[in-house]
Design a protein. Structure first.
Length: 263
């Protein structure tokens, strides 16, 4: 029988204390409302310290780096640093920098897939699909160990779609996959069981909305108001999505997701 034991979520969340500051070096960013200055890929952020921690971590949002506060590597940073490179760093060995940064991008994609598959194993209604989910989870984990690319992305997307359909069966939720709901007034809306996969919900008013068992995979909720919203059993919601939205102490989130400090 296929092992359904989930990967501990702590392995799929960033741990900067065990990383070599990869997200602060590998990625490029441009001066905007999210970043205070231009930085090319492969160049360390000016706020990165010698110990690979951020010198303004507690003040990122007030210092013009809100983009950093909504970023999540899903644990890829420490996996690359500690597992694939045995604790070596790009700073100590400049010759491995390009490979390390490229591997970080690849691993982030795989770790995000593992996040979704791990969640799928926790959805009781999808129990008939758990063997298939666990097998695919193991395949993605093998790709990760081998340092290979996210070749299973299409397969994962298709399987998660079936998991979502089973979980939402009978709820007759709103069908709004990929819909443009930018700025929409959805205050106190009944969106239980809704298919909002890939929907644009930028700045939408979702205060008090019922989003239980709503599929939010890939939904863009930047700036969306979630005060009082119930996302208790929302499907495939990620830390970056939560961090990019606007909620408060009355927002109900799924187990394993905490409200960001800036709410």
């Amino acid at each position: 029988m296929t092992d359904h034991t989930p990967i501990p979520l702590r392995e799929l969340r960033s741990d900067c204390s065990r990383c070599a500051g990869l997200c602060c070096v590998a990625h490029a960013f441009q001066r905007s409302s999210d970043f205070a200055y231009d930085k090319p890929a492969g160049t360390p952020c000016r706020n990165l310290q010698d110990d690979f921690l951020c010198s303004i971590h507690a003040d990122l949002r007030t210092s013009g780096f809100t983009g950093c506060t909504v970023y999540e590597c899903f644990g890829a940073g420490q996996f690359v640093t500690q597992q694939l490179f045995g604790g070596r760093t790009w700073r100590d060995e400049p010759g491995i920098a390009a490979e390390m940064f490229a591997m970080f991008g690849t691993m982030r994609g795989l770790h995000e897939l593992l996040w979704y598959l791990t969640e799928a194993l926790s959805i009781r209604a999808a129990a008939p699909l758990h063997d298939e989910v666990a097998r695919l989870r193991d395949e993605v984990a093998e790709l990760r160990e081998a340092g290979a690319g996210p070749a299973a992305q299409v397969l994962v997307g298709e399987l998660l779609g079936r998991v979502s359909a089973v979980a939402r069966e009978g709820l007759r939720g709103r069908q709004a996959r990929g819909a443009d709901l930018t700025g929409a007034n959805l205050r106190r809306a009944d969106l239980r069981g809704a298919d909002l996969r890939g929907a644009l919900l930028l700045g939408a008013d979702l205060r008090g909305a019922d989003l239980r068992v709503a599929d939010l995979l890939g939904a863009d909720v930047r700036g969306a108001r979630l005060d009082g919203a119930d996302l208790t059993d929302a499907l495939f919601l990620t830390p970056p999505q939560v961090a990019s939205a606007r909620g408060d102490g009355t927002t109900r989130l799924p187990d394993g997701l905490d409200a960001p400090a800036h709410w």
